[in-house]
Design a protein around this ligand. Structure first.
Ligand SMILES: [Mg+2]
Ligand SMILES: [Zn+2]
Length: 205
């Protein structure tokens, strides 16, 4: 590192469901997070984004709300197994996530110790701000990428650049809310996401 250069790390913050792993259809035919290990599969092409970041020394940090735990829909054990499966699938593709921040809370949860109005649940930026403390991060030159309005809101609140990933099966309502969050970049494919993060991270400041 050049003398005088700031020792701060750049991060690619990634939402989990719909970005790293595929969302699944629940019994109401709505998109939901996987509820079992068997339902976990990677979003096509996410390994390119993570791999590029790994090679270019950009930390990859997962930032995810998992309120299914507070709501009693899945246990903490199953949630951990799902995370482990994601790690294994990424490992099989020779890429890795450096750190994860998971909010298990929900204000209307049924698990008493998780039924709280916390500071970590997106759209609040709590998990990104915690990562900043833990990892010596330059938030202004970091990126938050997600598929929902609250991902963009959390990223903006933390001062990051934001990428909204839209996929063509999304509900019109979700797309509408997501567009209203006014992200810095909108992408329609993982290839477009990759060229966008290359542009952001490689641009000379
Ligand atoms: Mg998502
Ligand atoms: Zn929380």
């Amino acid at each position: 590192m050049v003398e005088g250069e700031k020792k701060v790390k750049k991060v690619l913050f990634l939402d989990r469901d719909g970005i790293i792993n595929c969302v699944v259809r629940n019994e109401k035919y709505e998109y939901d997070s996987p509820q079992t290990v068997e339902e976990v599969s990677l979003v096509n092409g996410i390994e390119k984004l993570i791999g590029w970041s790994n090679i270019n020394k950009i930390l990859v940090v997962e930032i995810t709300n998992q309120p299914a735990v507070a709501k009693g829909k899945i246990t903490m054990k199953v949630c951990t197994e799902i995370e482990d499966k994601i790690d294994k699938l990424l490992f099989d593709k020779n890429v890795h996530i450096d750190k994860k921040y998971i909010c298990y809370h929900h204000p209307n949860g049924v698990v008493p110790e998780l039924k709280i109005d916390c500071d970590c649940r997106k759209p609040k930026p709590g998990m990104l701000l915690q990562a900043e403390k833990d990892l010596d991060i330059d938030l202004k030159n970091s990126v938050m990428m997600g598929d929902r309005d609250w991902d963009v809101m959390a990223g903006k609140a933390a001062g990051c650049k934001t990428i909204l990933y839209l996929f063509n099966e999304d509900s019109p309502e979700k797309i509408k809310f997501a567009m209203e969050s006014n992200p810095d970049y909108k992408v329609l494919s993982m290839d477009e996401a990759l060229s966008t993060i290359e542009k952001i991270f490689l641009c000379k400041q």
